[in-house]
Write a protein that binds this ligand. Sequence first.
Ligand code: S3P
Length: 192
Amino acid sequence: MPEHVLVIGMMGAGKTTVGRAVAAAMRRPFLDSDAEILERTGLTVPEIFATKGEPAFRGEERAVLAAALTSPVPSVIAVAGGAVFNPDSRRRIRAGGVVVWLRARPQTLAGRVGVGNERPLLEHDPAGTIARLDALRRPVYRSLADVAVDVDGVAPSGVAERVTRLARVWLDERSDAADQAARFRLSAGSSR
Ligand code: S3P
């Protein structure tokens, strides 16, 4: 099972920008939830919300996450912000590799996202909606994350460097632990 780098967090935390930079630094493919949905359906996020509704959009999020995680090539995956509410997706995220949470204060997010059609959930009262969603999602992100990286006041390049460093350490430790376990199993087997 390949060890992916899974980037989680709220809208505006920088999952796409940071994820793409981390993928380049680690020489891995980058898979982004919204882009994968566009590729799969031919529709943008606002188009799906407008024509099919949010539940259908959440279904697409689940489908592209499941597909991304089956990639045999270790990748960097920007996970949909709301995917963490689905128990099956949570299970897949945990099993998929190292989970990096881009942690941001709601004020930082609100300052970044603005009002716009790109994010249908933020059409009305973006700051209030972000605060509400953040309160709901923060404990779930926290429980899923192997590492959290604070993004407030840090340029995306700085965040990406930190994520890359931490992901490498985490993945190296995991593979060392797996090697040791394999050696232990071998030596336990040979002494029988
Ligand atoms: C959403 C995040 C958006 C987009 C959609 C819903 C969310 O992507 O998928 O507007 O519920 O967190 P970004 O996190 O890339 O903004």
